[in-house]
Design a protein around this ligand. Structure first.
Ligand code: OFO
Length: 170
């Protein structure tokens, strides 16, 4: 059994990860609609990663005998003003998720829940990578996004991204 506060935070995180998956699917659709299939693919892979993250939190709770409550997933509902906007929104969202993971970590530290801290270590590192990748994409868009030929090449490159399941085993 986990501390009830930790259990609630972990349960909430399942929803946040599913929401992340849904949000990135919306961004993927946006790029497909705008004929940037590589960007669409990049976000479709993000969608898969976030779904996998949700399932890791779910499995961790199950392994600890915790009851899971699946709550409604909010509609992304974002309107994108231009082709860069989803990238900026994605980066903002990653900062939000990082803060959320850090909050769970701090709460686990407070109640000496070392098992949950160890579980979260992987996510702390993962968030660092996610922020870096998304920030990198924003910067590359700044460099190449206004030139059609360069944008075409960047889009082609992003179309080669494939899904690698998380290395964390629960
Ligand atoms: Fe779930 O990794 Fe980013 O948000």
């Amino acid at each position: 059994m986990l501390n009830p506060k930790i259990s609630k935070l972990l349960n909430d995180q399942i929803n946040k990860e599913f929401y992340s998956s849904y949000l990135y699917l919306d961004m993927s659709n946006y790029y497909y609609d705008n004929n940037l299939k590589g960007f669409g693919n990049w976000f479709a892979i993000q969608t898969q990663e976030e779904y996998a993250h949700a399932m890791l939190f779910l499995k961790y709770m199950q392994n600890n005998g915790e009851k899971i409550t699946l709550n409604a997933i909010a509609a992304p509902g974002l309107k994108y003003a231009n082709l860069k906007a989803p990238l900026e929104e994605a980066l903002k969202h990653e900062y939000f998720i990082t803060a959320s993971i850090n909050d769970i970590y701090a709460a686990a530290y407070e109640v000496k829940d070392f098992r949950t801290m160890q579980f979260l270590d992987w996510f702390v590192k993962e968030q660092g990578e996610e922020e870096q990748n998304t920030d990198d994409l924003c910067k590359r868009f700044d460099l190449f996004g206004s030139d059609p030929k360069s944008l075409y090449l960047l889009d082609n490159e992003l179309s080669t991204r494939v899904f690698n399941p998380p290395s964390l085993v629960i």
